[in-house]
Design a protein around this ligand. Structure first.
Ligand code: ADP
Ligand code: MG
Length: 330
């Protein structure tokens, strides 16, 4: 059974007069336990959407409902921000001269001191920072601080955790760890998470529902698997994957039939076969990616990218045969 926790009904907000910047006519339902990922280019309205859900901004029109009740905006409340939600943004808001456990415990009441200690310990264990409990925040690395901030955000058991580009300061290794942390929070605590990230991989990996924003509009939503494989917009395909777009004329040269304006191909749809044939391409560039490489292929002046899972097996100038396993028309 699904329970709608948050719903947005025709929510619009325009920051400036006589021109558009903000959000327009957003409709969205978020269920309890959902892990929602908000994806869109810079300026598409992601942070605005989060602030409206949290109650930091009030929409010009439309309404946000929390458990079916009107969510109060900043003008209707003494302290903006919804009590059942926590928002974690890039600045962690930690007391940098206090110790880790103090930062985490300070949000709990003193009524039950033993319970308070226990809860902080549980939270530190969940986020693997027990060994840092007595360190001061200034002594921690960026990734460790991030985990403390996350522990602080969830210690009061919010029903909803809002994250605005939380990975932006982390290197690849820490990012992978932080992704795992979030996945654990979602799975173990059942907390509803709304994540904005500039790296769509975060959304693809973590979310059960993805929403795509473009110029303030919600242009599509669904499971990451579905949206990735069946994007309704080229914009979405380009955001989520290494999509390659050809005009109808170019596609025709490569043997594809289309009545539409353009054709989109993900590199993994381009299958390589060695040998000669009428569909022969030349390897123009090779981009080493570690366990695979991207091959830039060319035929009759038209370029495609293919993934080669055996790095080193081709060199520039080689001729390869290509089978297009799939393409989408737009
Ligand atoms: P994102 O988080 O996707 O980068 P934002 O929600 O921050 O996008 O911003 C959406 C649009 O609204 C952008 O064009 C941005 O420049 C504009 N905007 C954001 N905040 C303000 C503001 N306080 N005043 C005026 N324009 C703003
Ligand atoms: Mg933003």
């Amino acid at each position: 059974m699904s329970t709608i926790l948050i719903s947005l009904e025709n929510v619009s907000l325009n920051y400036i007069e006589n021109s558009f910047a903000g959000l327009s006519e957003i409709n969205l339902s978020i269920e309890k336990g959902d892990f929602i990922s908000v994806v869109g280019e810079s300026g598409s309205g992601k942070s605005t959407l989060l602030k409206i859900i949290y109650g930091l901004l009030a929409p010009d029109s439309g309404e946000v409902l929390f458990k079916g009740r009107h969510l109060e905006g900043p003008h209707e409340k003494l302290i903006p921000g919804h009590d059942s939600m926590k928002m974690l943004s890039q600045d962690f808001n930690l007391n940098i001269y206090a110790r880790v456990y103090e930062n985490i415990e300070s949000l709990l009441s003193n009524e039950d001191l033993k319970g308070k200690k226990q809860k902080a310990a549980d939270m530190m264990a969940l986020l693997r920072i027990e060994h840092l409990a007595n360190k001061k925040i200034v002594e921690l690395s960026g990734g460790e601080q991030q985990r403390v901030a996350l522990a602080r955000a969830i210690i009061t058991e919010p029903e909803v955790l809002l994250l605005d580009e939380p990975f932006s300061q982390l290197d690849a290794l820490l990012k992978a760890q932080f992704r795992t942390d979030l996945k654990n929070l979602s799975d173990q605590l059942g907390i509803t998470i709304i994540l904005v990230s500039h790296d769509p991989l975060d959304g693809l990996t973590l979310a059960n529902k993805m929403i795509i924003l473009k110029e303030g509009k919600l242009i599509e939503s669904g499971s990451p698997e579905y949206i990735y494989a069946n994007p309704s917009h080229i914009y979405t395909a380009k955001l989520l994957g290494n999509a390659f777009v050809l005009s109808a004329a170019e596609a025709k040269v490569l043997g594809m039939k289309t009545k539409m304006n353009s054709v989109m191909i993900y590199p993994e749809w381009v299958q390589l076969k060695s040998g000669w044939s009428s569909k022969t391409y030349v390897v123009k560039e090779i981009f080493f990616k570690g366990f695979y490489e991207d091959l830039l292929l060319e035929r009759n002046g038209i370029e495609l990218i293919a993934i080669n899972m055996k790095p080193g097996s081709y060199k520039k100038g080689d001729r390869v045969q290509v089978i297009l396993n799939n393409y989408l028309e737009f």
